[in-house]
Design a protein around this ligand. Sequence first.
Ligand SMILES: [Zn+2]
Length: 113
Amino acid sequence: MHLKTNDIVEVISGDDRGVRGKVLHIDREKGKLVVEGVNRVYKHVRRSQKNPQGVRLSKEMPIQISNVLLYCSRCNKPTRTGTRQATDGSKERFCRKCDAALGQLSPSKTKDK
Ligand SMILES: [Zn+2]
């Protein structure tokens, strides 16, 4: 899965299925990522001197990378992606359905030494 932070992804399974959001954080070691507005849990903080009213904090919890797909703005749906070499030697992602380029993965290889 070739995802980066700030990508727009759509959740394809679980409670948040169909929810679209921005990737906030990726944990490649654990194979998880945090998506804005997805898998949000609320934590209630008891009343204290610091928070006399008590507060409700919300925080997104990581979900499995395999539960999301990159969103393709041209297809207007989540899509599977592939990678290919662009003409300038850089590596880019593309939508397997409509062939649209979906962002660069690595910079172009310049041959000057
Ligand atoms: Zn597409």
